[in-house]
Design a binder for this molecule. Structure first.
Ligand SMILES: [Ca+2]
Ligand SMILES: [Ca+2]
Ligand SMILES: [Ca+2]
Length: 361
């Protein structure tokens, strides 16, 4: 038989009363059984778990109650949940996804029992950082490089990251950061080609094992060669009597530029074009040329300018071409400016000087 302690005590009192006095049982002396209510501590310890935007309260009450959970930021109520329409004594209350990530709040639980006795409990909680299951990547800062991928990335929570580089679906390179951190610079080795477009697929893994995948396009930088032609020094103008009459042109990696249709130059004179030519997406070895053509036509002339980039004589022209090879040292770094002075010696003879540089843009 399940006899509650106070009933046992009552029974003992009745026995003592019956034996020790007149035998009349004085029922009026018997204390009434106290109703079990929320008057005393009613809410058993509360277990709170949070996500990045919600909180969950798990608790029980010593008697059946109705409960209400509230979340406050300062004095502002953010959200509120009142899950039970009937009295019960076990709760798992989850708030709406209304909270900010990584933020502290105060909470309040209010329970009321069937005798309308109210108990209140309060405390604080903090939401978690938003993990990689939600919004892991907060920033991308690519750096243009000629032969490698170099991208700085920022995440909302500490992550590890592995970046796979492909081109038209073909694997090209990989870069990894195996330390949990929110800032990472992912770089491949110098195994890519300048002026190409690649696809970067980066997998971030947070400390909870959640994975976030991000895909972007990346274009490698192109090689740029710049040549500055300061002047042309005429060594031999090819005309025995007086100065030569020169047509001057230059070309860089096949792209021609007219310098002048006519400049009179005698041996020992200088012509100063002071021009800059640029070649984008230049090959590893660039070719810069300057051609000086002296007109020697006498009598009936056809008047056609030479179109060969060599050194030659005809009835109407005598020309020479100075050639400069510009070789990228292959370290994928900017080079120069490097001065040059090169000459050509044919019927026409001259030297050119200036500088060149190589960089990547
Ligand atoms: Ca001549
Ligand atoms: Ca001469
Ligand atoms: Ca001439």
């Amino acid at each position: 038989m399940n006899v509650r302690p106070h009933l046992k005590r009552l029974a003992a009192a009745l026995v003592i009363s019956a034996v020790g006095t007149s035998g009349v049982v004085a029922l009026a002396q018997v204390p009434a059984a106290a109703a079990v209510t929320c008057v005393n501590d009613c809410i058993n310890p509360v277990t709170i778990t949070t996500t990045h935007n919600s909180a969950k309260f798990v608790f029980s009450t010593t008697v059946p109650t109705k409960a209400r959970a509230q979340i406050f930021s300062g004095t502002t109520k953010i959200t509120e949940v009142a899950p039970a329409t009937t009295f019960k004594s076990s709760y798992a209350i989850t708030t709406p996804a209304a909270l900010a990530a990584n933020t502290s709040y105060t909470w309040k639980l209010r329970v009321v029992d069937q005798a309308n006795v109210l108990r209140v409990e309060t405390g604080t909680l903090k939401t978690k950082l938003a993990g990689c299951a939600v919004n892991c990547l907060t920033g991308v800062s690519p750096e243009r490089k000629p032969a490698q991928v170099s991208v700085r990335m920022f995440t909302s929570v500490p992550t590890k990251a592995t970046m796979t580089v492909t081109q038209n679906g073909v694997f090209k390179a990989i870069a990894a950061d195996t330390v949990f951190s929110t800032t990472k610079t992912l770089k491949t080795a110098n195994v890519l080609q300048p002026g190409n477009t690649y696809t970067l697929t980066t997998k971030f893994t947070d400390q909870n094992g959640k994975v976030f995948t991000h895909t972007m396009q990346y274009q490698t930088a192109v090689r740029r060669v710049t040549v500055y032609l300061e002047d042309v020094f005429m060594i031999d103008d090819s005309d025995p009597n007086g100065s030569g009459e020169f047509y001057a042109a230059a070309r860089l990696n096949g792209v021609e530029r007219l310098l002048t249709y006519r400049v009179d130059l005698a041996s020992g004179w200088t012509y100063s074009p002071k021009v800059t030519m640029t070649s984008l997406n230049a090959p590893e070895t660039s070719t810069f040329q300057v051609r000086m053509s002296d007109e020697d036509c006498v009598g009936i002339c056809e008047f056609g300018l030479p179109d060969s980039w060599n050194s030659q004589e005809t009835d109407e022209y005598s020309w020479a071409t100075a050639t400069l090879s510009i070789v990228d040292p292959g370290n994928w770094l900017a080079t120069g400016p490097v001065g040059f002075d090169t000459d050509v010696r044919a019927d026409v003879a001259f030297s050119i000087d200036g500088w060149y540089s190589i960089d990547y843009v």
